[in-house]
Write a protein that binds this ligand. Structure first.
Ligand SMILES: [Zn+2]
Length: 422
């Protein structure tokens, strides 16, 4: 492996340039800008190393159209003899820029050992590390056993339907094609992420009856009905949720409990063009909740808990009527930390970084859910160089030293999973 590590050390400039090039594609999602040129850039590079490159468009998935095609790239390099396949999967999409930047988000500024830009940390730095790791391995030993795959997929930030989910449904993330998957999401260079909590998004609507605002007693306010729901949330549901703790090693600590965010509340008639209020009693009020749940909870219990609470309000509060609509649901995902990819990555971290690796779970979800649920492939983790807290923030950056270390960890892990080295 010394020859591989030496190559990675000698190619730090190339690693930085590759990261900058990837950042310069403004792959903002939504709408899904510049996906195809970014995918082709990765494909063209890997073709030169003898990878067989395929482009798979998520036809008909949310947002897919000729102006914004959901173009994924999957590259495979076959070794000299049969063996397992290690797959690196990175999403090429980034979230919107937002306010507060002091540098150009798509220039790829390099300063003080960091590369700045939207997607630097989440997760173009991780993709670049994986590419450099794979190339260094292949250049050192072209006769490696098994196969190495690298994919750049779309739409992770909006659920992954046109990306990993689409590919997984078509067998790209299943045995016998693939055995081990590493997703270089930014979860810190010394941590192995083995899963994530579940998600349940729902919309609650309370119903009222419209009337003149000067005579509210002639109507029925949907907003006041919603306040009864909020009161039950505050008094009953929130204390119950925060008392529930998981054995999953979710970070940060607050996310080891069940949580619920109230994403939005909309009630009443809209204000007019001049901002003049509508003098009416609200006949509808809608609230969107984002419930994150633990592996110890079932999705059905999560749904039932909120429905039960609403039905209780309906039993005690006159004229209370509601609708409950599910918007999105994802089951929690948890890989075995003693399984090959997690334990091999952890050992590599120990050797390269001389630090004790930490096994963690992500507070949010990422594409592992599709590999696990659709591809039925359990041997999947997230491991990458970025700092988790910087994801989606202004002035996002990735550290060059972390990218270099992560590339070495990825290379050593791959060589061991392929059976190339002990
Ligand atoms: Zn990400």
């Amino acid at each position: 492996m010394d020859a591989v590590f030496e190559k990675i050390d000698n190619r730090v400039d190339e690693l930085v340039e590759l990261t900058r090039d990837l950042i310069r594609f403004p792959t903002i999602n939504p709408p899904g800008e510049a996906y195809r040129p970014c995918a082709e850039y990765i494909g063209d590079r890997l073709k030169k190393r003898g990878f067989v490159v395929e482009y798979v468009r998520g036809v008909g998935t949310p947002g897919d159209c000729d102006r914004y095609p959901r173009t994924n790239i999957v590259a495979r390099k076959e070794g000299a003899k049969p063996g397992p396949c290690v797959h690196f999967n990175g999403h090429i999409d980034v979230v919107e820029v937002g306010d507060g930047w002091t540098v150009d988000p798509f220039e790829g500024l390099v300063e003080d050992g960091k590369v700045y830009g939207r997607g630097a940390c989440d997760m173009k730095g991780g993709i670049a590390s994986a590419i450099i790791a794979a190339e260094a391995l292949i250049d050192t030993d072209p006769n490696f056993p098994g196969a190495i795959e690298i994919s750049g997929t779309v739409d992770e930030e909006s659920g992954g339907y046109g990306g990993v989910a689409y590919l997984a449904e078509r067998g790209w993330f299943s045995k016998p094609r693939v055995d081990h998957v590493i997703i270089p999401e930014p979860l810190n260079v010394d941590r192995v992420c083995i899963g994530h909590r579940g998600v349940w998004w729902a919309e609650i609507e309370t119903k009222g009856r419209i009337a003149h605002g000067s005579m509210p007693f002639l109507g029925d306010s949907a907003i006041r009905h919603m306040s009864a729901v909020l009161e039950r949330f505050e008094n009953d549901l929130y204390p119950t949720l925060s008392a529930r703790h998981s054995d999953m090693p979710v970070v940060p600590d607050g996310a080891r409990s069940s949580t619920m965010n109230i994403n939005s509340v909309h009630g009443g008639q809209e204000e007019g063009h001049e901002g003049l209020p509508a003098p009416c009693v609200a006949d509808s009020c809608r609230m969107i909740i984002d419930r994150r749940f633990l592996i110890e909870e079932s999705l059905d219990d999560v749904r039932g808990e909120v429905r039960e609470l609403l039905e209780e309000v309906a039993r005690t509060r006159p004229d209370f009527r509601f609708d409950l609509r599910e918007l999105f649901a994802v089951e929690p995902s948890l890989a075995d930390k003693d399984a090959p990819v997690a334990s091999t990555t952890a050992a590599a971290i120990r050797e390269i970084l001389k630090r004790e690796p930490e096994f963690i779970c992500s507070p949010g979800t990422y594409d592992q859910k599709h590999v696990d649920r659709i591809g039925k492939l359990k041997d999947c983790i997230a491991y990458g160089p970025g700092v988790l807290d910087l994801a989606h923030q202004p002035d996002e950056w990735v550290g060059i030293e972390d990218m270099t270390s992560a590339a070495k960890v990825m290379a050593l892990t791959t060589a061991r999973l392929l059976g190339q080295v002990e």
